[in-house]
Design a binder for this molecule. Structure first.
Ligand code: MN
Length: 413
């Protein structure tokens, strides 16, 4: 039995001003070629198929095309919902897709047997048992009790999720006994397991409810295919519990690690090998950091012409405020095959400058000085920023004048 484990496609993502359609299309094309080449039996998508609950039509089209193509190849497809997916959007085509060898599990239901799937091999025989667990919302498994503390709620949710896994695992064991075949048991999930490293584009789904799910609370399945974290990784040093990560970089801070899907191979009822298949980078992207001088040097290595311009995030280290930063960067990029999608000041600098000012007291500063320093921490580097900054300054000036002249409505009589 051969499975490809992938997750966090985020079809329909709009990235700054850019669409990811071409990249997603290229990725799905590549994935189908891998499935065919490796003679894969099933593909598991462990959540966040779509970027939003209301994906654009082109994203739904990509999804539909992929379902049809998998069915043509004889590959069984299992789609689990993530925290970004709308349960009702995924459910609306569930029955239709079931006719195309595709299982959609959008939410936890009262009938756990619906989440136990006998995964077929290409020849039609059962190759594995799948405990198909999508993103679990607290209300799916918990009855909230007024007055419970945050900690009590977090613990209750962790326990409820663990019980859900155990219940499904027991069902899988019973099914395996009935079938009397040596089948591996696979589980899925879309959550933060403890001790994983995140990236900027991951929405923290368990704020206030669960910090992280302990790896030892999963049942002893042969493989656990996880989604939600965009960097591929092994959980808790257990090579059978994995995040495949997202196939395309969804934020500039994801450029540090290669993107992959996982080819998971079983020999009878045992996990045999897990092989990462590296996803090609379909869109050149880069994160540049440094002073203006350093940036100039880095940018000089980019060609004037390229088939695809490189998407850039530029982080400028600056000691003081430069009002013409946008223009300076524009000038540096003018003859290069690059597009600046994000321009920002280094955050550490901002923190440092705040720290330097900590020795000052408010009484030493005029209101105008306080306002100017606060304004200097803002990014005014995008298109309409100049106008926005002017307006803020004007409004502040107006308010200040009113307060100082004493004709503000709240001034004491
Ligand atoms: Mn995601």
């Amino acid at each position: 039995m051969k499975i490809i484990h992938t997750s966090d496609w985020h079809l329909g993502q709009s990235f700054f001003t850019k669409s990811r359609k071409a990249e997603h299309q290229a990725f799905l094309h590549w994935l189908l070629a891998q499935a065919e080449q490796q003679q894969v039996d099933a593909i598991l998508v462990a959540g966040d198929v779509f970027d939003t609950g209301t994906p654009p039509s082109y994203a739904r089209e990509l999804y539909n095309e992929f379902v049809v193509a998998c069915n043509r190849l004889g590959v069984c497809l299992v789609v689990l919902a993530g925290n970004h997916d709308s349960v009702s959007v995924l459910n609306e085509s569930r029955q239709l897709l079931a006719c195309l060898n595709t299982y959609v599990v959008a939410s936890v239901t009262d009938e756990p047997e619906h989440q136990l799937i006998a995964l077929p091999k290409r020849n039609g025989s059962t190759g594995a048992l799948l405990c198909a667990v999508p993103f679990i919302r607290p209300r799916d498994v918990l009855q909230s009790r007024a007055g419970d503390s945050g900690l009590t709620k977090r613990r209750a949710l962790g326990t409820a999720i663990s019980q859900h896994y155990q219940q499904l695992y027991q069902l899988a064991l019973a099914k395996r006994q009935t079938l009397a075949q040596p089948l591996p048991i696979v589980a899925t999930g879309h959550l933060s397991a403890l001790g994983v490293s995140q990236s900027e584009s991951v929405r923290d789904i368990y704020i206030g409810t669960l910090d992280g799910f302990p790896a030892d609370a999963f049942p002893p399945a042969d493989y656990i295919a996880l989604g939600h974290i965009h960097r591929p990784q092994i959980v808790g040093k257990q090579p059978h519990i994995r995040y495949s990560g997202s196939p395309i970089p969804l934020s500039f801070d994801e450029l540090g690690s290669a993107k992959q899907v996982l080819l998971v191979q079983f020999a009878n009822d045992q996990l045999d090998t897990v092989t990462p298949l590296e996803v090609p980078r379909f869109q050149p992207m880069a994160l540049l950091k440094g002073s203006l001088k350093e940036l100039e040097q880095q940018l000089s290595s980019y060609p004037e012409q390229a088939e695809q311009p490189t998407w850039l995030s530029i982080e400028v280290a600056l000691d003081d405020y430069l009002s013409d930063l946008q223009q300076r960067i524009q000038a540096l990029c003018a003859d290069k095959a690059v597009e600046v999608l994000q321009l920002r000041r280094a955050r550490t600098r901002q923190r440092q400058s705040l720290q330097q000012q900590q020795n000052e007291t408010l009484t030493e500063l005029t209101p105008q000085q306080v306002f100017d320093r606060r304004l200097a921490l803002e990014n005014f580097d995008d298109e309409n920023a100049g106008a926005r900054k002017n307006r803020l300054e004007q409004l502040f000036h107006q308010v200040l004048a009113e307060v100082e002249s004493g004709d503000s409505e709240e001034s004491p009589a």
